[in-house]
Design a binder for this molecule. Structure first.
Ligand code: ZN
Length: 87
């Protein structure tokens, strides 16, 4: 039995999770949140006067898998030391 390649190709669907910043846990959380909450969270992430570890702890308390390092990387996104998420 050989597979019909033409119809087999139709079963390949884009991986929605890898749309932006593959491997970035923070972007994954932002994608899950209601727009209003995501905007608020991003504003805190982009505020350097707020500790990254405090934001990550808050997210963990709310049931999200957020690492301090991911949060710091997302804060520096699109720079050499940051994640690949768009700014
Ligand atoms: Zn990111």
């Amino acid at each position: 039995m050989s597979l019909d390649l033409n119809s087999a190709l139709d079963t390949l669907t884009p991986n929605v999770n890898s749309k932006s910043g593959p491997g970035c846990g923070i972007q994954r959380i932002l994608d899950q949140l209601p727009p209003e909450t995501a905007t608020k969270l991003l504003a805190k992430i982009d505020d350097p006067s707020i500790q990254a570890s405090a934001i990550a702890a808050l997210l963990r308390d709310s049931g999200y898998h957020a690492h301090d390092t991911s949060l710091r990387r997302h804060r520096r996104r699109s720079s050499n030391s940051g994640c690949t998420c768009p700014r």
